[in-house]
Write a protein that binds this ligand. Structure first.
Ligand SMILES: [Zn+2]
Length: 300
């Protein structure tokens, strides 16, 4: 229980520390890093450290993982993967460029093959400013070496893995990964389970695009799918649909207020109906969500 509590507190702190690439050494000393492993089905797992959720498929030929968390998690992540069969993954797919999903590239990149959308390679080569922080460019070996533009298939341990581009949503270089046999999808940061999402407008993201992409993704999913969110607990199709509905409804409310000529401050003051309260209890509070939607729909 104590562990769970400190994990929860840590998540809250990490929210504000997110993507602080080289600045968390003080933080590292204070908090012990743990990696929680959850078996999803057959040979597919979810691993949770400090940043974004990690998906893993374990095969005869090694391990493939989706995202690789912060650098401070790498050793613990490697130890957890070793328990599953191999300390170093054969393949790593980056769902997008943010450090809480890609910093592990620096640890694994000399041995693993890194796959991502072509825009991820570009962003990691010259990272944009995020939360007022300029992250250092990744070392060449930590960059994706296989990139794609629309969609690719990867055949691994008898499963066809679909790697699909989600345009201009959370960022402009997001990928969803679909394990067909296992019926498991990793949605990256398009999906904050039960919470308002962070939408990185400065990295080409948009709220409109994110909602459209969730629609595209749910249309591809079988009813009994298991969904790994970028952040939050493992989800079902129903969870994704209620998330989608919440985003659509709250965006509608904010858009109506904008059409009435209300200012951002006025809309924030008016807030959102009580039933969406839990959605504002994560990294992105209700005010931040209103501001993101406002800015996204003001942009032309
Ligand atoms: Zn992200």
């Amino acid at each position: 229980m104590k562990k769970l509590l400190s994990a929860l507190i840590m998540t809250a702190i990490v929210g504000t520390m997110a993507f602080a690439h080289d600045d968390n050494s003080h933080f590292e000393k204070q908090q012990e890093v743990t990696v929680k492993v959850t078996k999803i089905s057959g040979n597919v797992y979810m691993l949770q450290g400090r940043g974004g959720n990690i998906g893993a498929i374990v095969g005869q030929e090694g391990i493939l993982i989706i995202d690789d968390d912060y650098k401070v998690v790498s050793e613990k992540l490697s130890a957890a993967l070793k328990e599953l069969g191999s300390a170093i993954p054969k393949y790593i797919v980056n769902t997008h460029w943010h450090g809480d999903h890609t910093e592990g590239n620096e640890f694994f990149g000399k041995q693993s093959v890194i796959i991502a959308h072509e825009k991820v390679r570009k962003r990691l080569t010259d990272p944009p400013v995020i939360f007022g922080q300029k992250t250092a460019p990744y070392q060449p070996f930590a960059l994706p070496t296989i990139t794609y533009s629309e969609r690719m298939h990867l055949y691994f341990d008898g499963d066809q893995i679909d790697i699909v581009y989600l345009p201009a949503g959370h960022t402009d270089g997001d990928t969803m990964v679909f394990f067909n046999n296992a019926k498991v999808v990793h949605l990256g940061d398009h999906f904050f389970n039960g919470r308002f999402p962070f939408v990185d407008l400065a990295s080409g993201g948009s709220v409109q695009g994110l909602i459209n992409n969730i629609g595209t993704a749910t249309a591809m999913m079988p009813a009994d799918v298991k969904v790994i969110p970028g952040h939050g607990p493992l989800a079902t199709l129903d969870d994704v649909k209620s998330y989608q509905q919440t985003l659509t409804e709250t965006v509608g409310i904010i858009q109506n207020a904008m059409k009435k000529g209300m200012s951002l401050d006025e809309i924030k003051k008016a807030g959102l109906p009580e039933k969406y309260k839990a959605y504002g209890s994560g990294f992105i509070k209700t005010d931040a969500w209103i501001e993101t939607v406002y800015n996204s729909y003001s942009k032309k």
